[in-house]
Ligand binder design. Structure first.
Ligand SMILES: Cc1cc2nc3c(=O)[nH]c(=O)nc-3n(C[C@H](O)[C@H](O)[C@H](O)COP(=O)(O)O)c2cc1C
Length: 324
């Protein structure tokens, strides 16, 4: 299955696993890459560039296929050692980087000089065009449905993807709400060159997280996500739980005057508690509306195979018949 994205990253299928904090570690990244997609290690989950270098080495022991690293630019006061992470990526021989969260311009020269292809994840056409203008090799277009940070424009993929197709010259992939072969065919029909999935890959055997997280995704319906942190203009789509509902009450009650410190108990340091200890009410964690389409916990390989087979069958029979 060749598209501009498979060509760009040297992979078999145009299926990418988006960076996921506390989830995107070597076991998942390698499993996705071994299945013919592009697995991604999430740099900031590793506390130092040295630890990232180790994780890259660990991933290389698990797969001889291409994999990538996600670099998320956070709006935090104490900035992580981004130059150090970039060095670990380059010295580790990684050839694909997913950037997200903010303008990646500062890391592009070093990455490009080392032959690394950069795909920037963004939630609006203006940011996608900016990414193209500054020299990103591809864009991941993250619709309003997505788990994580959907931005503040609230444009779902049925509109965002064809708009991206109208405007962009670089290849782009559809992110947010992607689950199966139907998603892949629909994304391609709307002009994308592939798909990016977060939540769906979180509910796979190899995702190195507590079984409670996977069970919660399987149990959830499309009605079970909430948008939090909107008053701070850092909107995040999360799975609802006791902490999330408490957080939403605070947001309503405090209104525009809300500060990060007001909601820190529900968001700060939550991920390890949820992902590794399985404490499902510890706080807010990202999850997409696509949870409503997830009913099982396959291996990443089985998932990718199913997606490809279903997509090919839809194109051959259902859509082929329409064109006859
Ligand atoms: C648990 C979780 C953690 C995530 N963490 C990050 C992150 O650290 N950096 C990032 O760029 N995106 C992150 N994302 C977003 C995903 O990479 C991806 O863009 C998103 O999940 C796509 O939407 P979907 O969940 O509907 O597939 C996260 C998503 C989830 C579900």
């Amino acid at each position: 299955m060749k598209t501009r994205i498979t060509e760009l990253f040297g992979i078999q299928y145009p299926i990418v696993q988006g960076g996921m904090h506390c989830v995107g570690l070597a076991p998942l990244a390698a499993a996705v890459s071994n299945a013919g997609g592009l697995g991604i290690i999430t740099a900031l989950t590793l506390p130092t560039p040295e630890k990232l270098a180790e994780e890259i080495r660990r991933c290389r022991e698990m797969t001889d296929k291409p994999f990538g690293v996600n670099l998320t630019f956070l709006p935090s006061v104490r900035q992580p050692d981004y130059p150090g992470y970039v060095r670990a990526i380059i010295e580790g021989g990684v050839k694909a980087v997913e950037t997200a969260g903010n303008n990646p311009e500062r890391v592009l020269p070093a990455l490009h000089d080392a032959g690394v292809k950069v795909i920037h994840k963004c939630t609006s056409i203006r940011h996608a065009l900016k990414a193209e203008r500054i020299g990103c090799d591809a864009v991941s277009v993250d619709g309003f449905e997505c788990g994580g940070h959907p931005g503040e424009d609230d444009i779902p993929n049925f509109i965002l993807l064809p708009r991206a197709a109208q405007e962009l010259k670089v290849p782009f992939i559809a992110s947010g709400g992607m689950a199966d072969g139907r998603s892949l065919v629909a994304a391609m029909a709307l002009g994308a060159d592939g798909i990016n999935m977060g939540t769906r890959f979180l509910a796979t055997q190899e995702a190195p997280v507590h079984q409670n997280v996977k069970d919660a995704i399987v149990k959830a319906s499309e009605l079970d996500t909430r948008l939090v942190l909107r008053p701070l203009r850092n909107t995040e789509r999360v799975l609802t739980n006791e902490a999330v509902e408490r957080l939403l009450v605070k947001e309503r009650e405090i209104g525009d005057k809300i500060q990060f410190s007001d909601i820190a108990p529900e968001v700060a340091g939550v991920y390890p508690k949820v992902m590794y200890q399985g404490d499902m009410n510890a706080g807010a964690w990202s999850c997409g509306m696509v949870a409503g389409l997830i009913d099982d916990v396959p291996t990443a390989g089985e998932l990718v195979r199913r997606i490809v087979e279903q997509a090919q069958s839809i194109i051959r029979s259902r859509l082929g018949a329409l064109a006859a």
